[in-house]
Write a protein that binds this ligand. Structure first.
Ligand code: NI
Ligand code: MN
Length: 225
């Protein structure tokens, strides 16, 4: 389920609830009934910017969710009150086996900081559910050749790609990116939250849909699958 901007909620086959970049309460596109998440098992943060970390600390405190993030960002979250036993740090290229799924942190070409402090590097995530689908969330990034490597290594079934422009890839770059990734389905994100993120999902769908991928233009708060 897309929750607007870069936020994604996944319910795993074993009923674990995963949130990626839970920027919810201040997200103008998150439906009211999704702003508070009462049951969360894992939070994945692509980088430290406020529009991605969002409500992480509050959700983690309320639910006991584990927070998976870049080493330096993880350190900052701990210094801001994230309990030690809920922080899971990792770095690019590494994979961690969780209950029912495997997560790999991938490269993203962007910047990052958290509360004005150095937050390591931005990243993306590949999340592979056993005998089920593999999901790729690109985080905030520009176009990069790594999309080909991600295709080769992980063959994502479902890819979330930023298309808004200005701070990330726009439509033109995201079309090329989706062509490299060849995910069965591609969901555009990081557009429309504010007027400056002007990339059009319809234009993206027109240009990116081909024999390799079907673009799914999601409605925040509605299950896509
Ligand atoms: Ni960012
Ligand atoms: Mn962003």
């Amino acid at each position: 389920m897309w929750l607007g901007h870069s936020a994604v909620k996944i319910i795993a086959p074993n009923d674990k609830v995963l949130l990626i970049d839970p920027f919810l309460t201040h997200n103008p596109k998150t439906p009211e009934n999704e702003k508070i998440q009462p049951k969360v098992d894992y939070i994945f943060l692509t980088h430290g910017h406020e529009d991605h970390v969002g409500d992480t600390l509050e959700i983690a405190k309320a639910t006991g969710a584990k927070v998976v993030a870049m080493v330096e960002l993880s350190g900052l979250l701990k210094s801001d009150g994230l309990p030690e036993d809920q922080a899971v740090e990792m770095n690019k290229g590494g994979s961690i086996e969780f209950d029912g799924f495997t997560v790999t942190m991938t490269h993203a070409n962007h910047s990052t900081s958290f509360g004005g402090r150095y937050a390591g590097e931005p990243a993306g995530f590949v999340i592979g559910f056993k005998k089920d689908i593999t999901v790729y969330h690109a985080g905030d990034t520009c176009i990069m050749p790594d999309f080909k490597l991600i295709r080769k290594l992980y063959k994502p079934d479902l890819a979330f790609l930023p298309i808004g422009g200005h701070y990330t890839m726009g439509v033109k770059e995201a079309v090329l990116a989706s062509g490299m990734l060849k995910a069965k389905k591609t969901v555009p994100i990081h557009y429309g939250t504010w007027p400056i993120l002007s990339g059009s999902p319809e234009e993206f769908a027109d240009k990116a849909t081909d024999k390799h991928t079907e673009v799914v233009v999601a409605t925040p708060g509605e299950w896509m699958f």
